[in-house]
Design a protein around this ligand. Sequence first.
Ligand SMILES: CC(C)(COP(=O)(O)OP(=O)(O)OC[C@H]1O[C@@H](n2cnc3c(N)ncnc32)[C@H](O)[C@@H]1OP(=O)(O)O)[C@@H](O)C(=O)NCCC(=O)NCCS
Length: 154
Amino acid sequence: MKIEFRKAKNKDINRCIEVRGLTSDNQFTKNDLAAIGVSAVSWSSLIDDSEIIGFVALDKDIVIGFCFGESATGEILVLAVLSGYEALGIGKELLSLTSYHLFTLGHKELFLAASATPVVRSYGFYRRVGWQPTNTYNNDGDEILTLSKYDVGC
Ligand SMILES: CC(C)(COP(=O)(O)OP(=O)(O)OC[C@H]1O[C@@H](n2cnc3c(N)ncnc32)[C@H](O)[C@@H]1OP(=O)(O)O)[C@@H](O)C(=O)NCCC(=O)NCCS
């Protein structure tokens, strides 16, 4: 299997939304995303204006994973790998590509909110790839984790 990575484009959004609902755990369906204001319409102009930047992973030209971050704040907004493609290093590569891009915009520290439940795969994943838990939580109960540019040698 040859997985390719490239910068995300506007035309990828519908498929990314689909993939977010087809992960093996911690799924967010199209309706779940719409409820928090994320839709192809709302994200298209943000991507066009580079307010949101990201990368996609492709298997035979089909998006099987993606990651997006917010240019102004340095927040990683979403990361997802399609069920059946986990544990191949795809999530790590997508997160690295997006993080490096955000660091090149001038951020010294990035942040994200992730499940605070250890049984959720992302809990161990983010710690494994170098993100630091902060013991602070957002209104949804998700934990804030950070990544310093100095820790990744940027
Ligand atoms: C979390 C997610 C992105 C991980 O993607 P992935 O492609 O399976 O992860 P990778 O294969 O890149 O793993 C990278 C490293 O983390 C390790 N890892 C992954 N999950 C782990 C866990 N739960 N505990 C410990 N280590 C873990 C891997 O073993 C690998 O280690 P290595 O670099 O030493 O080989 C993916 O499982 C996913 O899409 N989950 C559902 C959506 C989600 O929760 N997204 C995050 C929302 S905040």
